[in-house]
Design a protein around this ligand. Structure first.
Ligand SMILES: [Ca+2]
Ligand SMILES: [Ca+2]
Length: 325
């Protein structure tokens, strides 16, 4: 039997032909009107040297990467309140399936927003444009947040870390009624907001909100969407600082004993279905059977997957955090 750890990690190291499908951008472009290869679908953005800045005006704006054309995926960015902008009402976040950003239409987006124009973000909005939304308002104020958006068929899930400690503080879900189709990935902005550290995942893994709470003794299913009929390997670790592959892509996990156990199938009673083949629609479900040991409460498990071919990893999903309760 081939070592799955080889499949997960070493094949990546030996994958000079793999496309850099997992994309990161820290926006360190020369100050000015051009932001690398980003397309300014709507609004006049500028590079500050460290971030992308939305136009300081009352306008929903989008910045996309036309080559990141995906249907089911996840992306995240850091949103910073801009104290020097004239607009106090600011928002920013991630936008996916941006098929008509120019008209603020046919796209999915999440934003953190200074809804009361008080100088800090206080609300989160998850939108299908032009119709469909959910929100969480009157949150204690914050100036900087990590924001993720994941889309899988008609499900959109937004995650916000409002104190930048690496733990999601808010999760919003929205059932999409728009046509499910690929579109460019990008970010959104309003009122001079600053966007930094974009990251893109070309596989997506999400939990099922109807499944039981992740308590000791419970079994947690995770849904993944990857390549149709593609072999996959999932992995779970206790951290998410990132395993950097030879080609620059990053698996958002850490190499630790849990990861080794999960990919080598040494604990099949805990990490179930971690290796297999996605269905013709690219789907698979893996399961974490949490041992019935109360002392595990509070531990966070991070899980991601990749599809692979004989010579490379074809994609890399987001990591999904499950904190045992
Ligand atoms: Ca506010
Ligand atoms: Ca947090």
């Amino acid at each position: 039997m081939r070592s799955p750890l080889v499949l997960l990690v070493v094949l990546g190291w030996l994958a000079p032909l793999a496309g850099a499908q997992v994309f990161t951008d820290d926006f360190t472009y020369p100050k000015g009107p051009t932001i690398g290869r980003w397309n300014q679908d709507r609004g006049v953005w500028q590079a500050t040297g460290q971030e992308a800045q939305a136009q300081d005006s009352f306008l929903w704006q989008y910045l996309t990467l036309p080559n990141l054309l995906y249907q089911d995926c996840a992306a995240e960015c850091t949103v910073l309140y801009n104290p020097s902008a004239t607009n106090k009402l600011q928002f920013g976040g991630v936008a996916l399936r941006v098929n008509d950003g120019k008209n603020d239409s046919d796209l999915v987006m999440v934003k953190v927003q200074d809804n009361d124009s008080s100088g800090d973000f206080d609300s989160i909005w998850l939108y299908a444009r032009p119709s469909g939304s959910t929100s969480k308002t009157s949150i204690p104020g914050f100036l900087k947040a990590r924001v993720r958006l994941a889309v899988l068929d008609t499900t959109a899930v937004a995650f916000v870390d409002d104190n930048m400690d690496g733990t999601w503080d808010h999760t919003l879900r929205l059932a999409l009624t728009m046509t499910v189709k690929p579109g460019p990935a990008g970010v959104d902005g309003f009122g001079g907001v600053l966007i930094d550290d974009f990251a893109f995942f070309d596989g997506v893994i999400l939990d099922d909100p109807t499944s039981p709470a992740p308590t000791p003794g419970a079994e947690v299913p995770l849904k993944l969407r990857g390549f149709p009929n593609g072999p996959y390997q999932a992995a779970t670790s206790l951290g998410k600082s990132g395993i950097v592959l030879y080609d620059g892509r990053i698996i958002p996990l850490t190499t630790d004993s849990v990861l080794v156990a999960s990919v080598t199938n040494t604990l099949p009673m805990i990490f179930k279905n971690y290796r297999g083949v996605c269905s013709s629609s690219g789907d698979a479900t893996i399961r974490i059977a949490i041992p019935n040991i109360p002392v595990l409460k509070g531990i966070t498990l991070y899980t991601a997957f990749a599809n692979y071919s004989t010579s490379s990893l074809l994609n890399i999903s987001n990591e999904h955090a499950v904190t045992l309760q």
